[in-house]
Design a protein around this ligand. Structure first.
Ligand SMILES: Cc1ncc(COP(=O)(O)O)c(C=O)c1O
Length: 383
């Protein structure tokens, strides 16, 4: 047995399932395995449990249960948002930010689409966004928080801009709706998810990023907004997601969301202090290191750094050998030969992007982990 430390700093890629989540899911594998659509008491209880999970999710979003569509994770929710709207308006246009997750960019690529740029700090510029939206735009999709650099977008201001454009459209006699979707997969541990405060029409959440099961999550769909389904069949999930419901996943996701949202202020404060410690450590050990993305509008668990001249793949291997698990680029795509589209959107060239690493902290991270990780990074970069 090696006595090297195990320091997991890749929480943006995956989180371990919380014990309380696991316990909440357990009855639904064997004891309460019934199909929620079946017509006997035991199944009706399972159906009630599914609806209670939906209500729980809705509560944290300030939404109604009927506005929550359970999905198998963030990719499916993003696909449902984009295809769901665009298949109803095939001649219309979708606007996305240049730093969206692949699961949003790829479906958007099937339609007339336009990207809105971000500044070198990773933030959307509202005037640029306004200029990108035209009379044919039906959907705007801007992620709440970025998975690589942790940048938080001004969703509320964006929704105010959208409302303004809607008013103008009405005045112009343009009957095309304009919807705002936010991918909040990385946001739910730390940020407010109240849909009316944010002003979103559609929002993606993902259980695998919030200490819930992978392939769980939901799409919030504002009442009255009609989507085209991705999958057709028995008509479950208001006809938007046919297939026998995944009870353990829905129950686990709802429990995970509740735990994460209830703890978000305390956990954000705790991680912010560890994030500061990490950055201060870098300044001391690797003064040439550059932090990418806004420091102010940033998730408290993200440190994304360029160390000029290093090869991030080599560094990751060395860090792994030292017991530190981190990421280069997006760990959310299975493998990528290309350097990150997010870093390119910030204006980084290929060589700089390939000298960049992401560390994401989480519930298990302690000050000693940060100390050891910074030390290991300093040693690896010096080799
Ligand atoms: C911002 C964002 N959106 C969507 C996804 C896709 O989620 P999943 O791979 O669980 O379907 C991820 C992570 O992988 C993500 O970070």
């Amino acid at each position: 047995m090696s006595d090297r430390p195990i320091i997991y700093l890749d929480y943006a890629a995956a989180t371990p399932v919380d014990e309380r989540v696991e316990a909440a899911m357990r009855p639904y594998w064997r004891d309460s395995f019934y199909n929620p659509s079946a017509n006997y008491q035991a199944a009706r209880q399972v159906h009630a449990a599914l609806e209670a999970a939906r209500t729980k999710v809705a509560h944290w979003l300030g939404a109604r249960g009927s506005e929550i569509i359970f999905t198998a994770g963030g990719t499916e929710a993003n696909n449902l948002a984009v295809h769901g709207v665009m298949r109803r308006y095939p001649d219309a246009k979708v606007v996305v930010s240049a730093i969206e997750h692949e699961s949003l960019l790829a479906p958007a690529g099937n339609y007339e689409h336009q990207e809105t740029a971000v500044g070198s700090d990773g933030r959307i510029n509202l005037e640029n966004l306004r200029a990108t939206i035209d009379a044919k735009t039906v959907l705007v999709s801007i992620m709440y928080a970025n998975n690589e650099i942790g940048t938080v977008q001004p969703i509320r201001e964006i929704s105010q801009l959208i409302s303004e454009i809607r008013r103008q459209r009405r005045a112009d006699g343009n009957g095309l709706p304009l919807y705002l979707h936010a991918d909040a997969a990385q946001a739910a541990n730390y940020l407010d998810l109240h849909v009316a405060r944010l002003g979103v029409d559609l929002m993606t959440l993902n259980g695998g990023k919030i200490y819930g099961p992978k392939q769980s999550g939901c799409l919030y769909v504002k009442a009255g907004l009609e989507l085209e389904p991705l999958m057709y069949g028995g008509g479950q999930e208001r006809g938007l997601r046919s297939g026998t419901e995944n009870l353990p996943a829905a129950i686990g996701f709802a429990e995970a969301l509740e735990i994460a949202q209830a703890a978000r202020h305390d956990e954000s404060a705790r991680l912010k202090s560890l994030q500061r410690q990490f950055i201060a450590g870098l300044e001391k050990k690797l003064p040439e290191a550059i932090i990418n993305g806004s420091l102010k509008y940033r998730l408290p668990n993200n440190i994304h750094v360029t160390i000029p001249g290093v090869d991030n793949e080599r560094l990751l291997i060395q860090l792994d050998e030292a017991g530190v698990m981190a990421a280069a680029g997006s760990a959310c795509s299975a493998s990528s030969e290309e350097s990150s589209h997010v870093l390119h959107a910030l204006g980084l060239d290929d060589a700089t992007a390939r000298a960049s690493l992401r560390f994401t902290l989480g519930r298990g991270t302690q000050a000693t982990d940060i100390e050891l990780a910074v030390k290991a990074l300093g040693q690896a970069a010096a080799k």
